[in-house]
Write a protein that binds this ligand. Structure first.
Ligand code: SF4
Ligand code: SF4
Length: 178
């Protein structure tokens, strides 16, 4: 299981591992990767481009190391042990789990800015955005993934903040693309 994180991920890989186990998956290891934060409309979470590129570079190094470990029979266990479960529960989910639920209907789309391209609707994994008369509208099933906010060409979508500070997709942080 691989989980990405911004500031902290107690047992991000463990949460998904436990869920998939219920469906019969056999989980052998976990990996946590610190990545550029996806929350595009909160200034306090933004890092300089160089810092984000460095995070991505380090993540790639960690992946290479994990692959080498697998080849040598030593599998990374980030996030999937008992203590990670406790850290994730007390350091994150008991507080943020409920808080995130309260944002399921909080995506805001500025009708003045929206150009009706439909990109957000196509990208939303929850099918939470639909187009009516070439304008986007959001429903109440948002899981705060921030894909729509980061990719809207008109910067018309916000969630936690009031305006889009900086959009970021992975391509931006790869060498030669920044
Ligand atoms: S991506 Fe932006 S501009 Fe395009 S439909 Fe969605 S809100 Fe409108
Ligand atoms: S933040 Fe993610 S889940 Fe929420 S509306 Fe946008 S794309 Fe959909």
């Amino acid at each position: 299981m691989i989980a990405t994180m911004g500031l902290f991920s107690g047992d991000g890989a463990g949460v998904l591992a436990r869920l998939l186990k219920k469906y019969g998956a056999k989980i052998t290891g976990g990996l946590h990767l610190k990545m550029p934060d996806s929350i595009a409309d909160e200034k306090v979470l933004k890092r300089p481009l160089e810092k984000n590129m460095e995070l991505v570079r380090r993540a790639e190094e960690k992946i290479d190391k994990a692959v080498l470990g697998i080849k040598n029979g030593k599998i990374s266990k980030d996030g999937i042990g008992f203590w990670c479960h406790m850290t994730g529960l007390f350091g994150q989910r008991l507080y943020f789990g409920r808080k995130a639920e309260r944002y399921s209907d909080k995506v805001k789309i500025d009708g003045e800015k929206c150009v009706g391209c439909g990109k957000c609707a196509g990208l939303c994994p929850m099918k939470n955005i639909s187009l009516k008369h070439r304008l986007a509208f959001a429903g109440d099933t948002c899981t705060m993934c921030y894909r729509c906010v980061n990719t809207c060409p008109a910067k018309a979508i916000t969630l936690l903040g009031k305006r889009v500070i900086e959009q970021g997709t992975i391509e931006k942080y790869l060498p030669g693309k920044g």
